[in-house]
Design a protein around this ligand. Structure first.
Ligand SMILES: [Zn+2]
Ligand SMILES: [Zn+2]
Length: 139
C-alpha cells in the first residue's frame, strides 16, 4: 500500500498482511484523532519518505504517537524505539477490500458510537495483559 499525510510531506509504502482495520477506542486515541477511534491497519516493511517532517509525542511510558509537523496529520502509533506496526487507514491511497475486524479498549467506546458487530472485541484489561506479556519477553 502507499499513503501520505494531508500536505504530502510524509509518504509511506508498506505491506498489509491482512484486510483488518483495528479500531482503538482508548482515551488517548480519541483525543489524538479529534473524535472517535483511531482506525488503523497492521503494516509490515514500512518505508517512510519525509522523515524530517515527523514529530513524535510520548503520551505514555511505552507508546509513541507521530504526526506531521507541517499539517498535523496523525501518522502512526508504535512502541518507543521499535518499528512501525500500525498505520491509520485514512492515510492510504486505496482503502478497498478492508473491513473493521477488531475493536480494542471497547470499554472506552463512547456511548454515541455504534459498535462493529462482526469485529473481535478486547477490553482495556485484555490489552494491558497483552502489553505486560509483550514487555516481559524483553525482546
Ligand atoms: Zn503533512
Ligand atoms: Zn488507542
Amino acid at each position: 500500500m502507499t499513503g501520505q499525510c494531508l500536505c504530502g510531506a510524509v509518504r509511506f509504502s508498506a505491506v498489509l498482511p491482512n484486510d483488518t482495520i483495528q479500531a482503538c477506542h482508548c482515551g488517548q486515541c480519541q483525543r489524538w484523532t479529534g473524535g472517535g477511534p483511531l482506525l488503523a491497519v497492521r503494516a509490515k516493511e514500512v518505508a517512510v519518505e519525509g522523515e524530517d517532517h515527523i514529530r513524535a509525542y510520548h503520551a505514555s511510558a511505552h507508546g509513541e504517537r507521530a504526526f506531521c509537523g507541517t499539517c498535523g496529520t496523525t501518522l502512526y502509533w508504535r512502541m518507543q524505539g521499535r518499528s512501525i506496526t500500525f498505520l491509520p487507514v485514512g492515510l492510504m491511497d486505496d482503502q478497498s477490500g478492508l473491513r473493521v475486524g477488531e475493536e480494542i479498549f471497547v470499554d472506552h467506546r463512547p456511548a454515541w458510537l455504534p459498535e462493529w458487530p462482526e469485529a473481535k472485541q478486547h477490553d482495556a484489561a485484555e490489552m494491558q495483559a497483552q502489553l505486560q506479556a509483550f514487555l516481559s519477553k524483553g525482546s
